[in-house]
Write a protein that binds this ligand. Structure first.
Ligand code: HSE
Length: 459
């Protein structure tokens, strides 16, 4: 154990002592790295609610150092001990808990590994770091007997990590499905409610500061895939498997598909879905038709929501702000308090917070290839308005064991040779559906690619 770990242990409570009055324990000393939106939100909320936070921890919590490249006018810099060199914080023997809010994966990984090597507990809001390097970081933390807490990495202020790890711990989780990217949800909501195109809605999201300057992570589903694997690892007790997630963004969703979905009684949402099957785990992020009557179908704008189905509790829904300075700070501070509370307990009796803490349940080593997953599908086909087209499409579907459950075809517009035909299918394996799509696209009476969007009943 390093000198720093010794120091951290020395500051733990001796539980053989009689209970002491609140506030008589030494303060838990926090070092924050990164003073952007979430960092300044954390500083502000900690200052505003310091009395409540200390009471809930059973000891004061003090920010002893902040590592930030530049000042942030959104918080009172005069109260902070700032260094421009973030590794000073990871190497500072007066810091018990390092709060990593710098983002990215390269420097952040090195920073967190340094903090762990120095015996510090870590709180992070960095989903990419946990999703891509979590297995390595958790192993390092376990070796040093320290905690990595990451509530703020998934769905901002919604306590979904705590719910999966603690509130639902008695359940076998069957599946979860979440709207876990606020920018994507805002864009789809604008397209539906205001009839905007994807490009217009994205520009609006950028103007409002929701989307990043490079919005690829938001609109191509990478941000959601990071969050999904973190939730799946806790729900199913499996390692983080970011490279195995099927990821499809919303940039291909067209206004008319949103309108047809409405006509059929569905909403299109960008979902991250993790499902346990007899053959392995489905991990997928893609636009999805969901029935309008589901609560989650009515989660709009930048809000996030996660639906978790446990065998004992049934479906449960968690809703709230998935981003924003103070909403995310709420989750960061919850982790700081959790870590502080564990320091009040004898080290061998602490509930581990890092990594995969549940026993693996079933055949979960295998993440299913997308071709093996099973859902229903929405298809939009551009067909020439000629006799026999529908019967050919129906025959192809039926040959693949796919039944057509609903169909929309309006009269073609004047002077329009092509007519959109919209289908909802029965559940089918992705591989069968893909074969049907290939055959439909090869028909002379069809033009262009078949648009297809997966459908989930979520019931
Ligand atoms: N860019 C993310 C979103 C916020 O739009 O939801 C932080 O995860």
């Amino acid at each position: 154990m390093s000198a720093f770990a010794d120091e951290a242990t020395r500051r733990d409570v001796d539980v053989s002592e009689k209970p002491r009055a609140e506030g008589s324990l030494p303060a838990v000393r926090i070092g924050i790295c990164g003073l952007g939106t979430v960092g300044s939100g954390t500083v502000n909320v900690m200052a505003r609610n310091c009395e409540e936070i200390a009471a809930r921890c059973g000891r004061p919590v003090e920010i002893v150092q902040v590592g930030a490249r530049r000042d942030n006018p959104d918080c009172d810099m005069t109260t902070l001990n700032v260094t421009r060199e973030i590794f000073d914080v990871a190497n500072n023997p007066d810091v018990d808990v390092l709060v990593e809010l710098i983002g990215g994966t390269t420097v952040a990984r090195e920073l967190v590994l340094t903090a762990i090597a120095n015996g510090k507990h870590v709180v992070t809001a960095n989903k990419a770091l946990i999703a891509e390097h979590g297995n390595e970081l958790f192993a390092a933390a376990a070796d040093k007997g320290v905690t990595i807490a990451y509530e703020a990495a998934v769905a901002g202020g919604i306590p979904i990590i705590k719910s999966l790890r603690e509130g639902l711990v008695g359940n076998r989780i069957q599946w979860l499905a979440g709207i876990i990217n606020g920018t994507g949800n805002y864009i789809l909501t604008e397209m539906r409610e205001k009839g905007r195109s994807f490009e217009e809605a994205l520009a609006q999201a950028q103007a409002l500061g929701y989307a990043e300057a490079d919005p690829t992570f938001d609109v191509e589903g990478i941000d959601a895939a990071h969050k999904l694997v973190i939730m799946a690892s806790l729900a199913f007790g499996m390692p983080l498997a970011f490279d195995k997630v099927y990821t499809e963004g919303i940039s291909g969703v067209a206004r008319e598909d949103i309108q047809y979905a409405d006509e059929l009684g569905y909403r299109i949402k960008h979902l991250g879905i993790a499902r346990r099957t007899n053959h392995g785990v489905e991990l997928r992020v893609h636009p999805t038709l969901i029935p309008q009557r589901r609560l989650i179908a009515n989660v709009n704008g930048v809000m996030n929501a996660v639906l978790v189905n446990g065998d004992a509790v049934g479906p449960t829904l968690y809703y709230g702000a998935g981003a924003g300075a103070e909403a995310t700070a709420s989750a960061v501070i919850a982790d700081i308090v959790d870590v502080a509370r564990t320091l009040n307990v004898r080290p061998d009796q602490r509930v581990p917070l890092a990594g995969v803490t549940q026993a693996s349940q079933g055949n979960l080593d295998d993440v299913l290839p997308m071709a093996e997953t099973e859902t229903s599908y929405y298809m939009r086909i551009s067909a020439f308005d000629k006799p026999g087209v529908m019967s050919k499409v129906a025959t192809i579907c039926s040959d693949q064991g796919i039944s057509i459950e609903a169909l929309i075809q309006h009269e073609p517009a004047e002077d329009e040779e092509l007519v959109p035909v919209v289908l909802l299918t029965s559940r089918a394996r992705e591989a069968q559906l893909q074969e049907a799509v290939n055959q439909i696209e090869a028909l002379d009476s069809i033009q262009g690619p078949v648009v297809r969007i997966r459908v989930e009943p979520l019931g």
